[in-house]
Each structure stands twice: as C-alpha cells, then as structure tokens.
Design a binder for this molecule. Structure first.
Ligand SMILES: *[C@@H]1O[C@H](CO)[C@@H](O)[C@H](O)[C@H]1NC(C)=O
Ligand SMILES: *[C@@H]1O[C@H](CO)[C@@H](O)[C@H](O)[C@H]1NC(C)=O
Ligand SMILES: *[C@@H]1O[C@H](CO)[C@@H](O)[C@H](O)[C@H]1NC(C)=O
Ligand SMILES: *[C@@H]1O[C@H](CO)[C@@H](O)[C@H](O)[C@H]1NC(C)=O
Ligand SMILES: *[C@@H]1O[C@H](CO)[C@@H](O)[C@H](O)[C@H]1NC(C)=O
Ligand SMILES: *[C@@H]1O[C@H](CO)[C@@H](O)[C@H](O)[C@H]1NC(C)=O
Length: 802
C-alpha cells in the first residue's frame, strides 16, 4: 500500500525539483534556465522561450513533442530582454512580466487580498487562483486569452479569439483570426492593417445555407476530449481520429487555414486530423494585391499580374507593385489604357459597385470614368441575360480556377499592354521553407545601463561558446555517422533532425532474421517483417539497387519524413549504406485493403470509412504546403489498415525516390509509365501531362472495387444494345448506372453481394457518383482529392444502414 507512494516520492525527489506552482512574492527569472513551472504530468511547462536573438516570450510549451510546441504566449508581440527580465507574482496578487528589470510588459491586472498562487495544470492551463477550504477560485487563466492555439477544453468565446502567428518561427500576431462575429457566427477573418474580409464560411453564402444558426448568443465553441468540436452556432466537426484519447490542438495556422492536430505518441509529432479549408486559394490575402493564387497539380503558388512585379519574393502577402506609373493612364481617356482579358479569373471583394450592363464596352467605359479608383473589373453573365460589371478598387484575392464562370479584365497603360503579349506563366511556388528558417531579427535598445556593455560582452562570449559547441556537435555527429556507415558500427541510433532514425544494414538484417519473412512486394522493392531493437514490429522495405547518391536519397527521405497525417503510413527510419537503401515503416497488423476486401472482412461502415480516410490522406499529399508529392500507384495493395481499420496510405513518395534520374528538368515530366494496370489514368497511355489527377483516377477505381467487391481486372457481362459483351469493372458499373430506371435500382445491382444488403443507400450512391467523376477520361473533369473529401464528408454522419 505505502510502497508505491514511497517510490513516487523517491522518484520526485531524485529526478527534479520542478514545481507546478509559483507562490506570492516569488519570481521566475529569465537567467535561470531551470526556472520554469512544470505541470504534474510533466507534459507542459511554463517559462521564458527564446524567439529571437536576445528576445524572449513568457510561454506555455507542450514538451512531449520532439521540438517543444508553443501553446500560449503572454507577450507575443513584445518580447523581453534576455537580461534581468522576470515574471513575478506580487504580494498583492498581481502577476507581472518585467522587461530588463524596469518596464512592465504585461500584467494580469488582478489584485486580491487573499492568498493567491499561479499553477500550471495538467491540461496546459496556467491559472492564477485562491484556494480556500479546498475550494478553488480562478482569478485569471491563460485559457481565457488564447494566442493561436486552442487546447482540449479551452473555449473560443466572444472575448477569446485565435490569431495566427506570422510564421512558424515568428510568433508575432498576424492576419488570420478565428472569432465570433456580431451575428453569433464563428468565422475566419483576414485582417490586414488597411482591409479585412471574411473567408470562412464562404462569404457569398447565407449562414443558414451552411448550417449555421445566428440566434444563440452564448458564443462558445470548444473541442472535447474525444475530438469533437461544437460551436453554439451549430457548427461542428469530428477529428478523423475521433474517440481516441490523445493530445489535440486547434491551430490558426500562419497560412490562414484552421487545422486540428493530434499528437502522435509514437513519432512524437503532430498529425493533421481536420482542416477548415480544402482549397488553399480561398484563403484571403494569401497572395497580396495585384497577384494571383493558383492551385493545381503543383500545389499552391502565387504570381504577379501582367505589368506588375513582386515586392518581396519571400513574403507573397505583400503582393505585387506596378511596373508603370499611375500617371501613364490618363483619367477617362480610352486612348491611354487597355484592358487585358483574364479568363476564369476571380478577384473577391473591393467592388466599387455592381453595374448591370449590356456589353463589355459599357463596363470598360465605367472603369475608365472611375479613373484611378478602377484597377480592373470582373465581368459575369447574369440570370436576366445581361452582364454584371464589378469595377475593383483593389485587385486582391485573385484566383484562376476553371470552375469560375466569370472573367476579369485588367486595366493597363497602352504601352505595357501592347508590348507584353506573353502568356501568364510566371508561377512561382509559395516558399514554405522561408518561414521555417528565417531567424528573428531583433535588436534591443532598452538595456542602456552601465552594465549593458559588460552584459553584451558576456552575451557574445556565451553565443560564441554556444556556437563552438554546436559546431563541435555537428562535426561529432557527422563524423560518427560517416564512421558508422563506413565500418557498420551497430550500436547507435542517430536521431536525425526530422525525428526518424538511421539504421545500419546489419541491424535491419538482424531485425528481419536475414530478410526471411517476406510480407509483400511493391514499387521498387520487397517488404519484410521485422522486430527492431526496442521490440517495435516494423515493415522493412528493401529498395532495388540504387543508382542514386546517398545525399539525394536523404533529401527525399526527409521530405517523406515530414509528411505526418493519420491516413498516411508512419515512416520510422531508413538505412543508407553502400548500395543498400531501406525504409522502415510501422507494421500494420490488418494488412492491406485488398486482403481485407476480397476476403470480405469489411462491413459497410468500415468500407465507407476507408474510402474517406484514403481520400483525406491523398488530399494531404496533394495539397499541403509541403513539397508536393504524387502517389502514382494508388491501389488496394497500397492502402493498409491499422488495428481500428483506419486506412493508411503506403508507398507514397516512392515515385520520386525511385525515378529521380529518369525525370526531365520539369518535376512533372515523368518519362516512363508507372502504376498498376487497371488503376492507371489515360494520361499515362496518351503521354499527357501527369498531375495529381492520376491519383484521383486510381482512387475512383479503388472505390468502385470497394462498393462492388469486384476486382478492377475481372471481366463482367454487360448488356450493350441487344447483345451481351464482356467488359471490365468500370464499364460494367457505368452501364448499370446508365440503364437503371432509378438509383435505388442500380445500387442493388452493383453493391457487393457479400454485404447482404447491409449498406447505407445514400452512402453507396455518393461513393459511386464520386468514383465515376474521378474516372473521367479528361483529367479536368475529375474533382481534386480535397473536393472528394468534401463530398464524402457531408455523408459521413449517416449511420443508418439500409
Ligand atoms: C536543470 O535541469 C537539468 C535537467 O532537468 C539538470 O540536469 C540540471 O542539474 C538543472 N540545473 C540546475 C541549476 O538546477
Ligand atoms: C446555445 O449554445 C450553447 C453552447 O453550445 C448550448 O449549450 C445551448 O443549448 C444553445 N442554446 C440554444 C437555444 O440552442
Ligand atoms: C468621361 O468621359 C465621358 C465621355 O467621354 C463623359 O461623359 C464623362 O462625364 C467623363 N467622366 C469623368 C469623370 O470625367
Ligand atoms: C525558399 O527560400 C529559401 C530561403 O530563403 C531559399 O534558399 C530557397 O531557394 C527558396 N526556394 C524557392 C523554391 O524559391
Ligand atoms: C515578425 O513579425 C512582425 C510582425 O509582422 C514583424 O514586425 C517582424 O519584423 C517579424 N520579424 C522577422 C524577423 O521577420
Ligand atoms: C537585422 O537588423 C540589422 C540591424 O538593424 C540590419 O542591419 C539587418 O539588415 C537586419 N536583417 C534583416 C534580414 O532584416
């Protein structure tokens, strides 16, 4: 009975003096590195966090992740000096953050005559409280003033909104906000110094049409422990790992998307388990004024309109500036200006007004007479057979999307418009790495005391010592790593910066008992089951003979290693040694979709869930702000199932890894066909441009297999005209759908007989309809993976079976 407590005490006494509580009249000082509060469970800490050179913010960190995750900051916009700054709980109960021994930067403005304490709780909430007779009264808490992060149980309210950070490394407040509007609706807002606009939910739709209710004035929204988010305006969503108990955080990301992340205990990283925006260009302000956002197979990118040049290539939110002077266009003079046609182009907002016109000429006249107030206009056919003319004061939120049925015209000085007949192809990808690597550039002038110089000298010395140690460490690791790969030293596992491990050949040989237990064969290699040194069961893929250098291989590997999504397989490590190239993945007990599907192990609910999860995984591969990855070999053998039958897409990134040498200068010019017969899009056959739509096609085929229980390669009888002909699965389904009088009729005909009628009719219908869109011959007619996710998600809630 007493023994465990005794042990606990010893454990506490021996491991740390960390405390979760700060008492009255005491301080946390910036100079003492261990001066932090640590929650009892050890998962959160509160202390000074370095955000730049000699710049610190008092922060709450989640410390279980490989790199500590900032979940709250007291002074994100006003960092304090690395000398003499401290957080003090005053005698009167007020909590103050003092910069450089003098200025109060931040305070809770609480005064209490009772005894108060500051406590960091196990959920990451920092609470200023009084405790009387075991009863806690909260005077202030960090949960009431979130920065960009919402933790489980922490509400968004009228007063507490989320504001994005400038970038992954610059924690200052930025332009994107999750907030409750005056009409009680939860929205995403872009708010720049001089303008603002709402972009989620879609601003041109009525709130009721997107399921929002404006009558509940309580204005609260909160994420529960199971992963369900509920808002008082009726909006709700569940995370894709719903009902698992993990740490989650809802983050207003720097790119304007609102994402839910779940903590992956195994890799100690965060996986995306929900996001608000699936089409990245619908985020406002992401490419600044006079630029266009485009989102196609190459991911999201910005480019300048004709006649404009980029202001800062590392920060597209600043947009583009004219290469001409505004006086080049004489007001109301049609001789001096031309209008350049931009088909399928939308600029959202900033209209001078809406004019009903009967011709393009009329709209041109309106724009000319508005002089400098009209930079161009949007032109759209309307229901009453005339046109709507929208002159724009600013050209912002530009997107070119084939789905937009209007067009735009850009006003340019004649000279420029005539000279440049070039097509608009100045696409330049958003540079996601900029925000990751840019150091904070903070110069500090406040500490102007006599000690300042001495301190600077000490500081410089400190930096120098630190740098020397870093250089030494880097040298040490490089040397050791080289040595290891040269002589096959077996003992160590070197954690690379990306968090996964490097294994030696002999280690993996031992883990797989000499590569004996083969569990699969696929793109470029054989997969073996193995048990790692720490008893984790792994799938080890041995790639064929490498003609690729180790450095190149490592570069690709680290890209794949950065992809964290719950519907993508986790990579644990790799081996690169001589000619050997191996990848180490988590092992999936339930095997592949193909094993499960054709042995009839999946009921309808599981099948729908697999279809949706696979779509989410692929959408993430195609569209996140990461290096763009095509799968190129989507098929049931590459969709693995975990213990809960959650799908995990495997083998992604290999098309890059295996074929680097075969590609031309363009990322998209694959020179040889790849993929698997039966799942391959027509583009491969006709040698057309390869885009993410090839994966969409293969996905469509897989979905048809899941609904029908039939293999894509099987031959089926189809009634064509009067006779019976033999066709593959796709044609078979298309004929059934076309010839049936009602959807109910074809659903019964094509649904897998093994399901014995136990399926949800509307889910079958949406799956087949989506699949048939996915397998259109023309890649432009296929939806994107994120559109697929959206279509399926709206049917996710149906639980009713037949
Ligand atoms: C600070 O913490 C580390 C690790 O917890 C410990 O090794 C070190 O002794 C501590 N330093 C001080 C001054 O308490
Ligand atoms: C308003 O929202 C709150 C919080 O979500 C909820 O508890 C309450 O029932 C809602 N009120 C009405 C009238 O729907
Ligand atoms: C612009 O010119 C048209 C005719 O060319 C004239 O009717 C109109 O008043 C002018 N508008 C301005 C603002 O000068
Ligand atoms: C992105 O920015 C980094 C750092 O400024 C630079 O090294 C890299 O070349 C850039 N990449 C692209 C594609 O512009
Ligand atoms: C960080 O963001 C703030 C606010 O946008 C800006 O003033 C500051 O210059 C940024 N710092 C760096 C190093 O970019
Ligand atoms: C950083 O600050 C210094 C001093 O103000 C300035 O000279 C330098 O150009 C800045 N660097 C960047 C990248 O802004």
């Amino acid at each position: 009975m007493y023994i465990p407590i005794f042990f606990l005490l010893i454990l506490f006494a021996s491991t740390s003096f960390a405390t979760d509580t700060l008492t009255q009249s005491s301080s946390l000082s910036i100079e003492k590195t261990n001066d932090t509060l640590v929650s009892i469970n050890g998962d959160f800490s509160a202390g000074f966090f370095q955000v730049g050179e000699n710049a610190f913010c008092f922060s709450i960190l989640f410390t279980r992740s490989i790199k500590p995750t900032v979940v709250w900051m007291a002074n994100r916009d006003e960092p304090v000096n690395g000398k003499d700054s401290k957080l003090t709980l005053l005698k009167n109960g007020n909590l103050v953050l003092i910069d450089a021994g003098r200025t109060t930067i931040w305070t809770t403005s609480i005064v209490s005559s009772f005894q108060v304490e500051l406590k960091l709780k196990n959920n990451g909430n920092l609470v200023l409280r009084t405790v009387q007779g075991g009863e806690e009264t909260v005077l202030w808490q960090s949960f009431d003033s979130p920065t960009d992060t919402l933790l489980t149980g922490q509400p968004v309210t009228e007063k507490a909104s989320l504001v994005s950070s400038r970038s992954e490394t610059n924690y200052s407040s930025s332009f994107y906000r999750l907030y409750f509007d005056n009409d009680n609706i939860l929205r995403l807002l872009y708010i720049a110094p001089s303008l603002s606009s709402v972009y989620w939910p879609a601003p041109w739709k009525l709130a009721v049409d997107v399921g929002r209710l404006a009558y509940n004035i309580s204005k609260t929204a909160v994420l529960d422990v199971n992963g369900k988010f509920t808002s008082s305006d009726g909006f709700q969503f569940i995370s894709s790992d719903y009902q698992t108990r993990v740490y989650r955080r809802l983050l207003m990301d720097p790119d304007g998307n609102l994402r839910l992340y779940s903590f992956n205990e195994e890799s100690r990283t965060w996986d995306v388990t929900w996001q608000a925006i699936n089409q990245p260009c619908t985020v406002h302000g992401i490419c600044g004024a006079n630029s266009m956002c485009t989102h196609d197979a190459t991911g999201r990118s910005c480019y300048c309109l004709e006649g404009f040049k980029v202001k800062d290539p590392n920060d597209w939110t600043q947009g583009c500036e004219p290469e001409f002077s505004s006086s080049d266009i004489v007001c109301n003079n049609s001789e001096s200006a031309s209008f350049v046609h931009l088909p399928h182009t939308e600029f959202y907002g900033y209209d001078v007004g809406v004019y009903r016109v009967t011709s393009l000429k009329e709209c041109v006249g309106i724009c000319l007479s508005l002089c400098d107030n009209c930079k161009g206009f949007q032109f759209k056919f309307n229901e009453v057979a005339t046109y709507n003319c929208y002159p724009k004061t600013i050209l912002l939120n530009g997107r070119d999307t084939p789905n937009f049925d209007g067009e735009s015209y850009l006003k340019l000085p004649n000279a420029i418009a005539i000279n440049s007949k070039k097509p608009l192809n100045k696409h330049s990808p958003l540079n996601c790495s900029v925000s990751l690597s840019q150091p904070l550039n903070r110069t500090y002038q406040k500490a102007k005391r006599n000690t300042a110089l001495r301190f600077l000298v000490w500081f410089a010395t400190g930096v120098a010592v630190f740098e020397i140690s870093v250089i030494f460490l880097v040298w040490f690791f490089l040397f050791r790593t080289n040595k290891q790969s040269n002589d096959g030293d077996q003992q160590r596992h070197i954690l690379s910066a990306t968090g996964f491990e490097r294994f030696t050949y002999s280690e993996l040989k031992r883990a797989t008992k000499g590569f004996t237990e083969e569990v699969g064969r696929g793109a470029g290699g054989v997969v073996y089951k193995g048990t790692l040194y720490d008893n984790r069961v792994a799938a080890i893929k041995r790639l064929g003979e490498a003609n690729q250098g180790a450095a190149e291989f490592l570069a690709e590997i680290s890209t794949i290693g950065m992809l964290n999504h719950m519907n993508l397989i986790d990579m644990w490590g790799y081996c690169v040694e001589g000619k050997h190239r191996m990848l180490v993945y988590q092992y999936m007990e339930h095997g592949s979709l193909s094993q499960n599907l054709f042995s009839n192990a999946l009921d309808w609910k599981k099948r729908f869930n697999v279809a949706l999860g696979t779509a989410r995984g692929l959408a993430y591969l195609h569209e996140e702000c990461l290096e763009w990855v095509l799968h190129c070999d989507v098929k049931p053998q590459n969709i693995l199932l975990d213990s809960d039958f959650q799908p995990k897409v495997a083998d992604f990134g290999l098309s890059k890894l295996l074929n680097r040498d075969e590609r031309g200068s363009s990322n998209l010019a694959f020179s040889r066909m790849r993929g698997t017969r039966g799942y391959m899009a027509p583009e491969w056959v006709y040698n057309l441009r390869i885009t993410s739509k090839v994966d969409v096609y293969s996905y469509g085929i897989v979905v048809l297999e899941m609904v029908t229980g039939k293999s894509a390669m099987e031959i089926h009888s189809v009634q064509i005209g009067g006779g019976i002909e033999q066709r593959r699965l796709l044609t078979w389904v298309e004929e059934k759908v076309k010839n049936a009088p009602t959807s109910r009729f074809w659903i019964e005909e094509i649904a897998d007989p093994n399901l014995e009628g136990k399926y949800n009719v509307s889910q079958v219908e949406i799956l087949v309809n989506v699949a048939l869109q996915c397998v259109q011959d023309d890649m432009n007619d296929r939806p994107s993976m994120s559109q697929v996710v959206e279509m399926l998600q709206s049917h996710e809630k149906y639980t009713h079976i037949n």
